[in-house]
Design a protein around this ligand. Structure first.
Ligand code: FE2
Ligand code: FE2
Length: 180
């Protein structure tokens, strides 16, 4: 057995092999390293632009956590419930990492039963797709303007993770899974 750590969220994982994605924040395998190679990195001094983008990211991740929790509670289908629950956890992990980069204490995310309005799973998936497309657009531009290496790496990883969420929503909607 090995102990691994994710460079994006910092969480440890125990297993025989590296997972394909971090089980906590969804970052792809290239960000997962053996814990013995872990080097604790200091929170960087933030530029005004990165601070603003991280604050917007915190809002986005909290709202998406609440959205997916609500969607999981509203759906009657076990497969959709599982998917929405898993996504709510990943988005909550993203918000926790943003708090670290902003030097905030971790935000406790409250349940919001009004966070999702769709009546059917198809409507809930379409709203998920809209949210993930908007997240990818936002993180792509945030990564391009980030000057601090750890912040840029975080935004780059989120582009990949939220793109995977687009694929997942497309799959649920029976659409092609490729991301444009
Ligand atoms: Fe996210
Ligand atoms: Fe997402």
């Amino acid at each position: 057995m090995n102990v691994y750590k994710c460079r994006i969220c910092g969480d440890p994982y125990v297993g025989n092999t590296k997972p394909s994605n971090c089980p906590f924040c969804g970052a792809p395998a290239k960000y997962i390293i053996l814990a013995e190679n872990w080097v604790e990195s200091a929170v960087p001094e933030l530029t005004e632009v990165s601070r603003k983008n991280l604050e917007a990211s915190l809002k986005l991740e909290i709202e998406n956590t609440q959205y997916y929790r609500c969607a999981a509670d509203s759906s009657k289908d076990p497969m959709a419930q599982a998917m929405f629950k898993a996504l709510s956890r990943v988005e909550a992990e993203h918000s926790a990492k943003v708090c670290k980069l902003l030097n905030h204490t971790k935000v406790e995310i409250e349940d919001d039963p009004r966070a999702c309005l769709g009546v059917t799973d198809e409507e809930r998936l379409k709203e998920a797709l809209r949210r993930e497309q908007s997240a990818v657009k936002f993180y792509t531009s945030a990564a391009a303007s980030a000057k601090e290496a750890p912040v840029k790496e975080f935004f780059d990883a989120l582009v990949e993770v939220e793109s995977d969420h687009i694929s997942l929503s497309n799959l649920g909607l029976g659409l092609p899974v490729e991301v444009a």
